[in-house]
Ligand binder design. Structure first.
Ligand code: NIG
Ligand code: FE
Length: 420
């Protein structure tokens, strides 16, 4: 495939590329090809202006002219990884609760006693923007060091105007000042803050009337999320929020059916949510609703593990009904202190029995779909961002198999090498 900025000199095609990667194996993860979307034999990718300008069999390369040419010695190329669900901006930690839970206390008990999310809210409210940024940057860079180029970051530990805005501003700053592209989500409807004790409706009204409009005007969030659960918000409160978000042109997503079947998956589907996340208690009705929508099922095995959950998300039903499944870390100090997308992939294989191919698709193509950016990234295809992970492996199945081994050889984001 040839794109427009090529020149023809004396009848010879000159492909004017910035970077040409050769001698590789390529797993495109394209939905139009089976499994990993492998290009058979030796492959090459040409990059221009930060985007993929050509890819295919090396023997079919239309030219060799590039500012830089890099032979990759048989390494595998995949799309750079995507983590579509994190809460990685927060103050403090919850290691003491971790010990309480190991001693038998439940997540709900701790939350009802004023701990849980509220304990992180207190620590986050008292942290400055610089403190939150300094704590979060190493988390983002840890994800980057595993071959990741896109992360979603939620607010939700402020639950007041100033702190929710501060969290989103810090997330935007992480996108500007780190090597990872950040998409932000307003999760002011994470739990009811003490200022609105016994008045969840009043808090939702405050979020809809004050926080959401300010966030929308400031361009601070790319989406709006909520926690639909007995310890958080009811379906009708979530609907009120979703209607307002939709009115303001913001896509929605939902923490759905994590601890009980609250009809969250169907609710997400009803509002064309980008994704419905967790889904351990989702019923057949919920799966059918997702199948009839374009929403992605986001699986969070780190939270499943940390909460010692035994009820599995309905994986085979989701698979059989063709619901796209993403895999994400849910990185947060309470239910998923895991800042490693490779670990999330490995856990999805072991705990949820996803195939290694589904794990990689879940942390590339389906993660991008869950963020509404699949047109732009998530697969290796001409025209997409040149966000590429270069792996020293023999087969992409290894990416859900090992964790902690140095398999990443290079990470290329928008055509620039940011790790080698
Ligand atoms: O995705 N479920 C709600 N929200 C987070 C947990 C946040 C926390 O406990 O701090 C989750 O699991
Ligand atoms: Fe979460």
């Amino acid at each position: 495939m040839i794109t427009s900025r090529a020149t023809v000199t004396a009848g010879i095609f000159m492909p004017d590329w910035d970077l040409l990667l050769t001698d590789t194996r390529i797993a495109t993860m394209s939905p139009d090809l089976p499994d990993y979307g492998v290009i058979e034999g030796k492959g090459a990718i040409a990059i221009r202006d930060g985007r993929i300008a050509w890819l295919g069999k090396q023997s079919e390369l239309p030219g060799n002219d590039a500012s830089e040419r890099r032979s990759l010695d048989g390494c595998w190329l995949t799309p750079a990884l995507v983590d579509c669900h994190t809460h990685l901006v927060f103050g403090g930690d919850r290691a003491a609760e971790f010990e309480q839970r190991l001693g038998g206390a439940s997540y709900e008990d701790i939350a009802r006693a004023g701990g849980g999310i509220m304990s992180t809210v207190r620590a986050t409210r008292s942290a400055s923007a610089d403190e939150l940024f300094a704590a979060a940057l190493p988390r983002v860079e840890a994800l980057a060091s595993e071959g990741l180029a896109t992360v979603e970051i939620k607010s939700g530990y402020g639950l007041d105007m100033d702190t929710e805005i501060r969290m989103l501003e810090v997330a935007r700053r992480l996108g500007r000042e780190s090597s990872v592209d950040v998409l932000t989500t307003l999760l002011a409807a994470h739990t009811v803050p003490p200022e609105y004790e016994n008045d969840a409706d009043g808090y939702i009204a405050f979020v809809c009337d004050e926080i959401l409009p300010r966030v929308a005007t400031g361009g601070l969030a790319d989406a709006v999320d909520a926690y639909c659960e007995s310890i958080a918000f009811s379906s009708s409160q979530v609907e009120t929020l979703f209607r307002k978000a939709t009115e303001l042109g913001l896509p929605v997503k939902l923490h759905a059916d994590q601890l009980s079947d609250s009809g969250g998956a169907a609710l997400a589907a009803k509002y064309n949510a980008l994704s419905a996340d967790h889904l351990e208690y989702t019923s057949r009705v919920g799966v059918d609703a997702l199948a009839a929508s374009s929403s992605v099922a986001v699986l969070l095995p780190g939270a499943f593990l940390t909460l010692s959950e035994t009820r599995l998300p309905p994986i085979s039903e989701l698979r059989d009904k063709g619901v796209p499944m993403a895999v994400a870390t849910d990185c947060n100090p309470g239910t998923s202190p895991i800042c490693s997308i490779r670990t999330a992939m490995m856990l999805a294989a072991h705990l949820f029995k996803l195939t290694p191919c589904e794990c990689l698709a879940g942390a590339t193509r389906e993660g991008a779909r869950a963020l509404g950016v699949l047109d732009d990234r998530g697969t290796l295809e001409v025209g997409k961002r040149a966000d590429i992970a270069v792996w020293a492996i023999d087969h992409p199945r290894e990416l859900a198999y090992w964790v902690g081994t140095p398999q990443l050889a290079q990470r290329i984001t928008s055509g620039h090498t940011t790790h080698s």
